[in-house]
Ligand binder design. Structure first.
Ligand code: PRP
Length: 181
């Protein structure tokens, strides 16, 4: 285990189980649907989850990517979002599935929901790996959450602290001394 990690929250095996369940939920949701859902990864945090999720699904999907930045290198959300990279595809008339690594304050989700709805999406579904409901500052929630967590500072499997730890294959709690020094 990485020496900056206090404890593991989700092992590789546990992540794979959560991903499989989320994929099945999406397959059931879109069963019989003629249109091809557009799966959107909110970069960079969701990239690992997204790649595993779309590969675990049976439903034919299209994929696209968007980068929205809110945190900078701090561990606290600023509430300010900036579109760093926009989608390539049009969402008009599409069933859109937004894939997040974490819903924290909810600010990013509200921004994405308003943007995608405003562009005329037919439906908007949110799947997140982690949900921190106790941290919410706006009234918004994911349609499917793999794992609910308290206020621990978690990293790995896409989640970062100061752009580090994203490539850990598991999710762990970062030692306090790392982000308080
Ligand atoms: C993180 C995470 C979500 C957002 C959630 O992204 O990936 O998109 O914050 O926080 P919120 O609910 O308080 O808005 P971040 O801006 O850290 O970028 P990253 O995905 O590149 O790590």
């Amino acid at each position: 285990m990485n020496s900056d990690i206090q404890s593991i929250v989700l092992s590789e095996k546990q992540i794979a189980e959560k991903v499989e369940k989320a994929a099945k939920w999406l397959d059931a949701k879109f069963e019989g649907t003629q249109s091809v859902p557009l799966m959107i990864s909110v970069l960079k945090g969701s990239v690992m989850f997204f790649c595993d999720l779309v590969r675990a699904m049976d439903t034919p999907v299209q994929i696209d990517f968007m980068t929205v930045s809110s945190y900078g290198s701090s561990s606290e959300s600023s509430g300010m979002q900036r579109i760093v990279m926009d989608l390539a595809a049009s969402v008009e008339g599409r069933d859109v599935v937004l894939v997040e690594d974490i819903v924290d304050s909810g600010n990013t989700l509200v921004k994405m929901r308003d943007l995608i709805s405003g562009r005329g999406a037919k439906s908007f579904t949110v799947v997140t790996l982690f949900d921190k409901p106790s941290r919410r500052t706006v009234n918004v929630s994911a349609d499917y959450s793999c794992f609910e967590i308290g206020n621990e500072f978690i990293v790995g499997y896409g989640l970062d602290y100061a752009q580090k730890y994203r490539n850990l294959p598991y999710v762990g709690i970062l030692k306090r001394e790392i982000y308080e020094k």
